[in-house]
Design a protein around this ligand. Sequence first.
Ligand code: PLP
Length: 439
Amino acid sequence: VFLKSCNNGFFDYNQHVHHDHHDGHRVNLAKQLIGEALRERVESIDHELCEPGEEDTFFVADLGEVYRQHLRWKLNLPRVKPFYAVKCNPDPKLLELLSALGTGFDCASKAEIEQVLGLGVDPSRIIYAQPCKTNSYVRYVASQGVRQMTFDNADELRKIARLFPGAELFLRILTDDSSSLCRLSLKFGASLDSTDGLLALARELGLNVVGVSFHVGSGASDPGAFLKAVQDAHVVFQQAASHGFCLKTLDVGGGFCSDSSFEQMAGVLRAALDEYFPAHSGVNLIAEPGRYYASSAFTLACNVIARRTIEDVSSASYMLYVNDGLYGNFSSIMFDHQHPVAKVLRCGGRTLYNTPAAEASDGPGCIEYSIWGPTCDGIDRITESIRFAQLLDVGDWLYFEDMGAYTKCSATTFNGFTNSHDVIYVCSEPGAKALLGMP
Ligand code: PLP
C-alpha cells in the first residue's frame, strides 16, 4: 500500500491540497469516530467487577487529523519539507502514516533512529538533530548511513571528525526564543559571533558542512523570531561560502503550534524564506515540527477513581482523583507548560462526549471540582478549579483533547502506575486509511 500510494516515498499532495482542514463534514466525522471509540470502551467496563488495569486511562488517536495537518502544512509552507520530531510522540501508527506521507524524521537518540529505520525509511530522510551527541550513537549512525546531523560547538566538531568525518553537518544557530513555551536556546545554538570560527574549524578538520539549522523554541508565539532566525541563517550561509562551503539546506526547526496561530506563523516564515532563500537560490528547505502534527490527534480518557467531598457552609465542592496525572500522561503540565481542559465523558451511566453537557460551565448550580492524579505527591494536580453541571463520582470518566504532544513520551512509572496506555486508532480521512491499509 505504501509503495503504491506514494511516489518514491513522496506523497503527491497536489491531488489533495485543495482539501480544507476546517471542513465541517470531516470534523464532524472525526468527532463521531472518536466518540464511538470512547463510548465503546468506557461502556464495556463494569467498575464493580473489572480486573485491575481494565479501567486504565486510554487514548483515542484520529490519524485523519494527522493527515489534515499534513495537507495544511503543504498549503502554507509548500517549499518546506517537514522532518517530524519523533521525540514529541513516537507513536508507531503516527510514524507509519508520516512515513507513508513522505515526511522526513528528526531523531534525537539511537532508539528513535532505530524505530524510524525499522519502518523502512531511507537514512537520507533522517536528521540526527541533537547538537551534543553520545559517542556510541555517532558510531551507530555512521554504521547505518544516517549522515545528516547538527552541531553548535567546537568540541562536537572534533568528536565528529574522529567518529564520523563523512557526516553532513548542519550548524545550529542561536535564536531569540523568549516568547516560546519551552526555551531551547539556553542549552543549544551557536551565537553569531561564534559561527565564523566554527566554520573555519570545520574547514580545518576537513568536515562537510551542508546547512544551517535553528529552533525558535517549542510552542513559539512570536512570528518575528522566525524572521530574525532566517536573516541570521542567511548571514551564516554567506560566512560559509567565504570558507569554501556551498551550503545546500536550511532547517527551520520546530515550534509550530496546531491552533489557528499556525497560518500567521507560517505566513511570516514563508515571506522570510521567499526573500532570503528564494526558490531560484536552489537551497532546500526543511523543518522539524513535532507538536504541530501530534497534539490535536490524541484524546485522553481518564477514570475517576476516588472523590473527596469538601463540605462548605453553603455548598459542597469535590476533589476528584483520576487514574492519570503529572507523573503520567499529564507530564505535559510540568515539562510542556500545558493546561489540559477536562470535559465529562461519562457521568451516572450517560456518555456525554461532544455535547454541551460535557463542557465546563459557570452556570447557576454548577459544582466546583479540583482534579488530582493518582500518585501520593501533592504536586500531582491536573486542575485547580473547574465547574460542571454534573455531579461526578467514582466510576465516571473525563476526557481531555489535544493530548498528543509531549505527554505519553515523558510519562513515568512513579508509584507503580503504568506509563504504557492503550491507544485506539480511528481515521476520519479516507486518504490516510488507504495509505495505512486500514479497513
Ligand atoms: N527539533 C528540535 C531540535 C527540538 O529540540 C524540538 C523540541 O524540543 C523539536 C524539533 C520539536 O519542536 P516542536 O514540537 O515545538 O515543533
